[in-house]
Design a protein around this ligand. Structure first.
Ligand code: NAP
Length: 280
C-alpha cells in the first residue's frame, strides 16, 4: 500500500512558517498584499477565491478582491491591471481563470507586471522557468516539487511522465521536473499508447481533468503518483482525482489523495509567491 503524500499537512506547515515571515516583514513596516481579480461569477472560481482569501487571512497577508461584471470590456480589465501594477501597496496580482470568452486571457496575463505575477503565468516568468532562472513558478507544479522534496523522493535521474500539457499545470510541471534533472516525457490527447509510456515512469503527474482515468495498469510497481485532477465523480458527486486511488494506491510507492494532496499545496505556494515579492 502506497504512502500518502499529505499535502494538507505540509501546506499547513508552510502557512505557519509564512506567518512568522509576514510578522517580521510587518515589524519592518512592510505589509504584504494580494489583489485578486475575478470576472463573472463562475461557481468553482468563487470557491477557489474564497480559499485563497482564507489563506491570506490566516497568514496575515492583506487581501483585496475585485469582482468585475461578466460583460466588461477588455479595456476595463487592462485599466484595472495597470492600476494595480502601479499601486505600491499591492505586491501580488492574481487573475482568477476562467474569464469570459470575449476577453483575451493571454493579453490580460501579459499586462500583469512580471514582478507581481504570483501565479507565474506571465511569459517572462515562464521564460525564466525555461532558463532555470529565479522567477515566479506556477503554484501547482511548485507545490508538487515541494511535496516530493518534503518526502525525500529523488527526482534526479528518474523517468517522469507528465500527462496534460496546459500552460498552468502540464508545461510548467514538465519544466520544473527537468530543472530537477528528471528525464521527462509529456503526454496529451494525441499521445498514442499512453499506458505503455506511463508504465515506464518512476514518477507520474496526471493533470487531465477526467475522473479516475489512471488505472493500475498505467502504473509500474513502486511508482510515485501525483494526482492534480479535481473532478466531480459522476456517480457519487464527490470530488475525485484523475487517478483511480483505490486501484493505484495498491501498486504505487507514494500517492497524493484528492482532496488533501496537490490542492492545498497550490494555495500554500501562492502564499509563498506573495511573500517572495517582498524578498526579491
Ligand atoms: P486543461 O487546460 O483542460 O488541460 C488538460 C490537458 O490534459 C490537456 O493538455 C489535454 O490534452 C490533456 N488530456 C485530456 N484528456 C487526456 C487524455 N485522455 N489523455 C491524455 N491527455 C489528456 O486542464 P488543467 O487546467 O491543466 O487542469 C487539469 C486538471 O487539474 C483539472 O481537473 C483541474 O481541475 C485540475 N487542477 C487542479 C489544480 C490543483 O491545485 N489541484 C490546479 C489546476 C488544475 P490536449 O492538450 O491534447 O487537449
Amino acid at each position: 500500500m502506497a504512502i500518502i503524500l499529505d499535502g494538507k499537512a505540509l501546506a499547513k506547515k508552510i502557512r505557519e512558517n509564512l506567518k512568522y515571515e509576514v510578522d517580521s516583514l510587518k515589524e519592518k513596516g512592510i505589509y504584504p498584499k494580494l489583489a485578486v481579480i475575478m470576472v463573472g461569477d463562475d461557481s468553482s472560481s468563487k470557491i477557489y477565491v474564497r480559499n485563497k482569501s482564507r489563506a491570506c487571512e490566516e497568514i496575515g497577508i492583506a487581501y483585496e478582491e475585485f469582482l468585475l461584471d461578466e460583460n466588461i470590456e477588455m479595456k476595463e480589465l487592462l485599466e484595472l491591471i495597470d492600476n494595480l501594477n502601479n499601486r505600491e501597496d499591492v505586491g501580488g496580482i492574481l487573475l482568477q481563470s476562467p474569464i469570459p470568452k470575449h476577453l483575451d486571457i493571454n493579453e490580460a496575463i501579459k499586462a500583469i507586471s512580471p514582478e507581481k505575477d504570483v501565479d507565474g503565468f506571465h511569459p517572462i516568468n515562464i521564460g525564466k522557468l525555461v532558463l532555470n532562472q529565479n522567477g515566479y513558478i506556477s503554484c501547482t507544479p511548485y507545490g508538487i516539487i515541494r511535496l516530493l522534496e518534503e518526502y525525500n523522493i529523488e527526482i534526479e535521474g528518474k523517468n517522469a511522465v507528465v500527462i496534460g500539457r496546459s500552460n498552468i499545470v502540464g508545461k510548467p510541471m514538465m519544466l520544473s521536473l527537468l530543472n530537477k534533472n528528471a528525464t521527462v516525457t509529456i503526454c496529451h490527447t494525441k499521445t498514442k499508447n499512453l499506458s505503455e509510456i506511463t508504465k515506464n515512469a518512476d514518477i507520474i503527474v496526471c493533470a487531465i481533468g477526467h475522473p479516475k482515468y489512471i488505472k493500475d495498469y498505467f502504473v509500474k510497481d513502486g511508482a510515485v503518483v501525483i494526482d492534480v485532477g479535481i473532478n466531480r465523480d459522476p456517480e457519487t458527486g464527490k470530488i475525485t482525482g484523475d487517478v483511480d486511488f483505490e486501484e493505484v494506491s495498491k501498486k504505487a510507492s507514494y500517492i497524493t489523495p484528492v482532496p488533501g494532496g496537490v490542492g492545498p499545496m497550490t494555495i500554500a505556494m501562492l502564499m509563498v509567491n506573495v511573500v517572495k515579492h517582498y524578498n526579491m
